[in-house]
Design a protein around this ligand. Structure first.
Ligand code: ADP
Ligand code: MG
Length: 241
């Protein structure tokens, strides 16, 4: 089950995330042991929610999964690739091609249209030669259609509802066709109606094979996940359904 007995070498392409005995110790004074012996396997199409009190290690875990931070010890396999020993430039390109980020604040540029906001993500993100500039507008439109806001492409963000803004931010994260979407309090700025609309979108994306990891304080949001884990003082535990 879940690797382990066979030495943890789970080569299944269906496994997107595999953390094995991950520790993160910040070398502050005093040192902070922010992740303690974390094991986590997430499969393609899974929707995992992470809950935990402030200071419990949620951001450290998300930064680790997003290749923005490196474990002090342990293993992190992303799509079968062991990432902990990779150099920074390889980690950066892996992040750009495999991972999308969604935050509580939408971080949309106010004087750009919805379509431009999504296209600009690729300009910052250095597209691979195979996906040149030519198709950028088409890819932006495809991502906007996928999240149901194609009809808003010419709008500025301030004319959109909160839920639509978050959909645009999600489209921006999807333009690179990532395997994994990491969301930090994605509904933190939304009322219940807009939250509901984003949760519907999450269901659709998982149905299409996207893998979602969502940090949330909202019980309604966390219950919508197919699986829930809690982090307490850097230690992970499964929450019963
Ligand atoms: P959460 O996101 O759940 O609020 P964090 O992952 O941000 O928690 O932090 C977990 C613990 O690690 C906290 O005690 C925090 O103070 C500490 N921490 C986070 N980042 C650093 C850092 N760069 N240096 C030292 N301690 C840190
Ligand atoms: Mg945090």
């Amino acid at each position: 089950m879940n690797g382990g007995a066979d030495g943890g070498a789970d080569e299944s392409p269906e496994t997107v995330i595999e953390l094995t005995e991950v520790n993160r110790i910040f070398a502050s004074d005093p040192p902070v042991h922010a992740l303690r012996g974390v094991h986590l396997t997430v499969r393609r199409g899974e929707h995992l929610s992470i809950v935990g009190a402030s200071g419990s290690g949620k951001s450290t875990l998300l930064n680790t999964l997003g290749l923005l931070d490196r474990p002090t010890s342990g293993s992190y396999r992303l799509d079968g690739v062991e990432t902990t020993g990779l150099g920074d430039s390889y980690r950066t390109s892996l992040r750009g091609s495999r991972i999308g980020f969604v935050f509580q604040s939408f971080h949309l540029l106010p004087y750009r249209t919805v379509e431009e906001n999504v296209m600009l993500a690729e300009m910052y993100g250095k597209p691979s030669p195979a996906r040149g500039r030519g198709g950028r507008r088409a890819r932006a439109m495809e991502a906007l259609e996928r999240v149901g806001v194609g009809h808003r492409r010419g709008f500025r963000p301030d004319r959109l509802s909160g839920g639509e803004r978050q959909r645009v931010a999600i489209a921006r994260a999807l333009i690179s066709d990532p395997a994994l979407l990491l969301c930090d309090e994605p509904t933190g700025n939304l009322d219940s109606e807009n939250t509901h609309s984003i949760l519907e979108l999450f269901d659709e994306l998982c149905g299409q094979g996207m893998t979602l990891v969502v940090i949330t304080h909202d019980e309604v949001v966390s219950r919508r996940a197919s699986r829930r884990v809690r982090i307490t003082d850097g230690q992970l535990s499964e929450v019963a359904a």
